[in-house]
Every structure is written in C-alpha cells, then in structure tokens.
Design a protein around this ligand. Structure first.
Ligand code: S3P
Length: 491
C-alpha cells in the first residue's frame, strides 16, 4: 500500500452507530468539542517563514495538481453512491483531506491505493444517499470553507447531528449564507455569534424541498442546497442570477442524479434536482486546478526570460477567466493540446514573459476567477499603467480579507496600491522589479494559502525578495508548490 498524507488513517472508520441519539447538552457556542485527528499543519507545528527571491527565468514544464473543488465533490458524491468509486488525480491537500476525514467519520470507507501509471488511486465505498452515520466526534474542517459548507448541506437532510469546528481563519467566516436555506429545509443550528463555527447542525429526514434564489454569487451555497436536496423528497431548486462554478451540477449528473438546468435570456440559471436520488459509483479523473496554475502562469509572465509550460490546466469556463484577463493585459498564454479530462476542458498552457499593461477588470468576470485576484494583483503590480478592480466584496470573506491583506502585502513589498470598498487600484512598476519587503518585516498571510503563494510569486520579481510570515497554509491547496517552483526555476 502507498503512504497516505500525514494525519490520515487509511480506511479508518471514525464513526459507528446511527440515528438521532446524540445528547444535545453542551452543544452551544461555548462548547469545546472533542476533535478527531487534525490533518492541518498550520495548527500542529510552528510557523514556517520564508523569503522568496528572484531566481532566474521559469522554464521547462510543470504539472498542476488536481482541482480542489472537483476533488472535494468526488469524495462527497463517492461517499454517497452505492458501491465503489475510483478517483485519480485527486488533490491531496489538507482541505480535501478534511473532507475525506469527515466522510469517513460519517461511515464511508476511503482509501488511497499505491501510485500507478496515473498516480495514486483513491477508492471510496459509499454508504448511499440517506445512509450517513452519526459522527462520534466534531468534524474538524481545518481551513476549508468548501468542506464546511458543502458538508453542512449533506448533513442537513440526514437524521444526524454534527458539530463543525475549524481553524482561526475558518472560525471567522460567515456560515449564515448556508444556515439560511438549510433552515428553510428543516435543519436546526446552534452557531457561534454571527453564524460562525463552532456550529452544531441537527439534520432532518425527510427535509423539505425548497426553491432558493441565491442572494450572493456562491458555488458553495448553491452546492450546499443541491447536496441537501439529494436526500430530500421532491424537487429542490436553486436559482442563480450570476453563474458560478458548475462542478456540482456536472458531477451530480455524472453520478446519475436527475438534474436539469434552464438558462434564461438574462443568464439566470435555474437548477432543479430530483431528490431521494440513487447515485451510481463512478471512475473519476480529476483535471488540474486552474487556481493553482494561476501562480505559475503569473510567475512566468512577470519573470524576464521565462518560457514555461503549465500542463494539465482545467479550463472550465466558470473557472478560467483569469487567463483571458491576463491576455487582455498583453500576456502571452498559448493553449496546447486542448482535450477533455473527466468531462472538463483541459489544456497545457505555454506562458512567456510579457510586458503587461494595466486594465479595468470587468466585474462580470469576478465569479469565474474569484480565487485568482490575489495573484492578478501581483501581475498588476508589475504591469505598466493602472489596473482597476471592483465588485470584489466576496474577497473580504475568503480565508482572509483578501482585499485588505493584499493591499498591505503589496505595499510592504513596495507596490503602489489603493484600497476601495470593493477592490484594489494598482499602479504598476512597468516591469521593474518591486523593491521587496524591508529587513525584519514579513507579509502577514493570516492562514491564507493564496496570499502566501501570490506574495511568493511577487518575491520572484523583486530586488530584495519578499518575506512571508508563514508558508504552512500552502499545504491546504497546493502541497507541491515550493518544490515545483524550485523545479521550474532550476530547469
Ligand atoms: C468553491 C467556491 C468558491 C471558492 C472556493 C471554492 C467551491 O467559494 O472561493 O475556493 O468549490 O465551490 P464561494 O462559493 O464562497 O464563492
């Protein structure tokens, strides 16, 4: 058997027994719930600061790891199918491992087999829709908003009670957006003030099907309601005025759920899911993560002399807007070998160092590059002229307040940045390296992997380098980031 990522017990079954049997006493906002094994390095080790310095052009070829959103969903739906789902290309980052640990705690068997021709294979033996078991301990979501919100959806329509806990970053993030529709479906919540973790959810079966119009463009909220709809009789409907990533819809159909999408003339999407679904196990190949590719694409664009192939980049149109924005800024990004992987469009991207020019980014593209703004800000800081971004309110409730944190980080590195209510305005350096962070000062990453990686990329195009206070959060989504950076810089 191959080795597993740290903290994961192979095939561990952390839960036994089912039903509404958990005592309710002590499950309020003051609780100190018992934790299952933590898989989160930023909670269990000392901070790991590092200075990222200019190291020459990025060349050769690197391969992007599996898509985080798709990896979470393959584990969740695999765990709800009847029979064995096989997954290759799964992202083995801490966030996805949090999802795996939680699904094990609710009865699924999830194992990593030894590496084969296509890398490691994960096998998931599902419990069937309606079959989730009562977890014995709190579900530790670590840093992962996606795990938390999607799993809340799953638990909401099962007759079990689960307590969700997380790290300091996750415990600040709003869960009210999921509590609201799931309460309408009949689930009951006790949350920390402001609708935050720790949170205890008492699910209900049968839940009530609802028709829910998303008040905020969020794939996590959409997915939470659809996943709750799986074990709910009747038809659950989600109305999405602004389209967000559609991995849940694609994958639910792939697993055999009855799901229909209507698109109105104004772009509003109405998604109908027929409940009490029976999911059939699948063989899934997870395509590469465009959000991880983004760091290498921007690095190659801003480091002189670079000519890098970033292989295996998922180009689902609901995810890939960054590459269009970078091209509009003058970035040379060519698609090679466009193909289909696991029902998603994928290509290898050849990226060459380019003179970038600032632009006004159309707020309409925000949902399809919502995680890529931190690294776009870095590209803008090296461009000539002004880049204006707006409509980014959602960035304030990600793993950190990415507007304020990137403003502070880029300023510390010597860039010219103005913060507005809903975005940043950046006056670029016209290709000159940024000064870098002063001696004795470090970028504060606030447990946010994308801040750490974005500012690492800024360090590659700086005079003195960029000091990051803590690189541990990188492991939540991209454990191989530093190794791949070393590889691309040395090639
Ligand atoms: C995700 C949706 C997005 C994104 C997150 C992953 C998903 O969050 O920021 O990294 O997998 O559904 P929101 O739904 O809050 O925008």
């Amino acid at each position: 058997m191959g080795s597993e990522p740290p903290g994961i017990k192979r095939g561990a079954r952390l839960a036994i027994g089912a039903g509404r049997c958990q005592k309710r006493a002590g499950l309020h906002s003051t609780m100190t719930p018992e934790r299952a094994d933590p898989v989160h390095s930023a909670e269990t080790s000392a901070a790991r600061p590092r200075r990222f310095v200019a190291a020459g052009p990025l060349t050769g070829q690197i391969r992007v790891p599996g898509d985080k959103s798709i990896s979470h969903r393959s584990i969740m739906l695999g765990a709800l199918a009847v029979g064995r789902t096989r997954v290759t290309g799964l992202l083995e980052g801490e966030d996805v491992m949090s999802t795996a640990a939680a699904m094990r705690a609710m009865g699924a068997t999830i194992e990593r087999l030894p590496d084969g021709a296509n890398g490691a294979e994960w096998v998931i033996d599902g419990v069937g829709v309606g079959g989730l078991l009562q977890p014995k301990t709190a579900l530790d979501m670590g840093n992962s908003g996606t795990s938390t919100r999607l799993l809340m959806g799953l638990v909401a329509s099962h007759p079990i009670t689960a307590t969700f806990i997380g790290d300091a970053s996750l415990s600040k993030r709003p869960m009210g957006r999921v509590i609201e529709p799931l309460s309408q479906m009949g689930a009951d919540f006790t949350a920390a003030p402001g609708g935050r973790l720790p949170l205890t959810l008492r699910g209900i079966a049968p839940a009530v099907p609802i028709s829910y119009r998303l008040p905020v463009a969020s794939a996590q909220v959409k997915s939470a309601v659809l996943l709750a709809g799986l074990n709910t009789p009747g038809i659950t409907t989600v109305i999405e005025p602004v389209p967000t990533r559609d991995h849940s819809e694609r994958m639910l159909k792939g697993f055999g759920a009855q799901l229909a999408v209507e698109v109105a003339a104004d772009g509003t999407r109405t998604i109908h899911l027929t409940g009490e679904a029976e999911l059939k196990p699948q063989t899934i190949v997870v395509p590469g993560d465009p959000s991880s590719a983004a760091f290498f694409v921007v690095a190659a664009l801003i480091v002189p002399g670079s000519d890098l192939v970033v292989a295996n980049v998922g180009l689902n149109p609901t995810r890939a807007a960054l590459f269009g924005v970078l091209r509009a800024m003058g970035g040379q990004i060519d698609e090679l070998d466009r193909r289909d992987v696991g029902g998603e469009p994928v290509a290898d991207l050849r990226v060459r160092h380019s003179a970038l020019t600032g632009i006004a980014v159309d707020p309409a593209v925000v949902p399809s590059m919502v995680d890529e703004f931190p690294v776009l800000f870095v590209a803008a800081a090296l461009a000539s002229g002004r880049t204006v971004t707006a409509g980014l309110e959602e960035l304030r409730v990600k793993e950190s307040d990415r507007i304020a944190v990137m403003r502070a980080a880029l300023e510390l590195a010597g860039a010219s940045v103005t913060e507005t209510e809903d975005g940043l305005i950046i006056d670029g350096s016209s290709g000159d390296p940024l000064p870098g962070t002063p001696q004795g000062a470090a970028v504060a990453t606030h447990l946010d992997h994308r801040i750490a990686m974005s500012m690492a990329v800024a360090g590659l195009a700086s005079r003195k380098g960029v000091e990051i206070d803590d690189t541990r959060p990188i492991a939540t989504s991209f454990p191989a980031f530093e190794a791949l950076l070393a590889q691309a810089s040395a090639a």
